[in-house]
Design a protein around this ligand. Sequence first.
Ligand code: SAM
Length: 327
Amino acid sequence: MNAPCVRVPTEAGERTRTRLAEADLVAEDLDIVVEDGDLYIPVTDPDAVPDDLDVVEHDVPERDTQTTPADVLGFEPSYERLGDVVILDEDDPARAARIADAVMESDLRAKTVVNRASKVKGETRVRDWDVLAGDGTETVHREYGCEFHLDIAEVYFSPRLATERHRVVKQVAAGEHAFDMFAGVGPYAIPMAEAGADVVAADINEEAIDYLRENAERNGVAERVTAHCGDVRALAAEYEGWAERLVMNLPHTANEFLDAAVTLAGDDCVLHYYDIQHEDERYAPGEAAIRAAAEPEYDVDVETRHTVRSYAPHEYNVCLDVRLTRR
Ligand code: SAM
């Protein structure tokens, strides 16, 4: 922004800045700029500047006065943000508590700080959390223009998958039939509906389906989203041959649902199959399982072999985009 500044040669800079600071004239919310051998020191009141100093208008940036957790701690902590919940992954409880205090003391907009207390577990893939500061694990998270209301103590949600979800959603065409077999609170289903698809979303977690329905309303796509609570295998007969796109985001056990996926698939269907495998054989087990379930009824064409992220030492979360074409 343009602001009144005292212009002095750099060699006189510190002396002049001290003189102006003593007179309480330095504009603390603006940064000093060095340009072509001159220093531009922004001032609060140009009329009060001593006459022997040169005052000019100059473009100077606003100073970032936000206090970060790193400013408080003296080191850069790692954390993730899910709406106004801050998520830590710390093994040492004392270090976790220090980071939580620093987050709350900083200017980060945080309501609650939690630490991972277990792996994701059981059928619903929800993990335990230690609430270290603040309270309440419910939040509204924004991702690629959509809003998701959720409670991390009740449902699965990983902000780390945002880019991957977007990669899939970009492939969706208006009017297509998309079936999200393990939908959670809707981070695939809702943007797919926003892209114009007719979406059926299933999840076995009742809380997740309640949030998904609310999120469909919240994002204005409720008329294109049909949500079902229960084991997706029980829905397969009802939607036999309906799907032109299937999302199977249940790594570790998606292979157990491939028969249901093939029942759901229409004559031409793209399957997004998530898996977790060893680095040496990331895609082959998933591809073999899909072929075993879909051939010879379908031609199986693997369009993309995509590594989503590292999951554990030597293990990767991958996605196979596979086109099934009825023979
Ligand atoms: N797709 C969502 C996302 O990206 O956040 C959720 C993915 S989470 C890894 C897997 C989801 O599958 C969980 O919400 C879980 O409740 C659901 N699930 C597990 N078994 C299921 C089943 N048999 N039928 C339907 N949903 C199931």
